[in-house]
Design a protein around this ligand. Sequence first.
Ligand code: G3H
Length: 229
Amino acid sequence: ERQIWLTRHGESTDNIIGRIGGNACLSAKGRRFAECLAKFISKQKIAFRQQQLAKHKADVEAEQQSDPSAIPAPEPPEKNFHVWTSLLQRTIDTVEHIDPKEFGIMHIRFLNEIYAGLYEEMTYREIEQLYPNEYNARKNNKLYYRYPGMGGESYLDVIHRVNPLIVELERMTDNILIVTHQVVLRIILAYFLDVDKESVPDMPVPLHTIYCLEPKPYGTKLTKWRYDE
Ligand code: G3H
């Protein structure tokens, strides 16, 4: 039993004006989400530990009943709880209130948002007006469309870049919270929930929504929380 918690960064100042890419900071609302996220995840960590200990107690009692001479198993150690963000400021700011003594916090470039190349820091409206052919090419084939300019990425590129992290997540038995971006979150959710590649670019993954994935022997259980002010 383990949990993979996922969310996008809190609302950024660029989200408010609809700018893509860039490296903006959080808006006031985004900062409030960050405060709430720290409290929320800390509570979830405690709840998980309580459940783990309750299960252990029940197992020990059941064993004692079937064999009163059995030596009770010791309490299991608490699972490590990792927090991964991208290298972009808005995800780093979103974990600002999470206690690094309780959670192992790491910042990973592979979790960065899709890189929009020449169109970084533009709005979709600006792209549509200035580069209508490119805009339509992406609209017609969002999965394969690669943004022009040095380092520009497509969804497929991001799928390949995120893949080693997904392999690591599959292997891992610890709990984890990943704070990342819309495209990366779509890809991770799609992998665990078995969504086909073609549907990934249109999956609704709003801001201020926290997802919990619990891998089970026959599929993954999904629970969602929505932060509401
Ligand atoms: O720039 C980042 C956006 O979150 C990507 O969203 O792929 O739906 O255009 P989109």
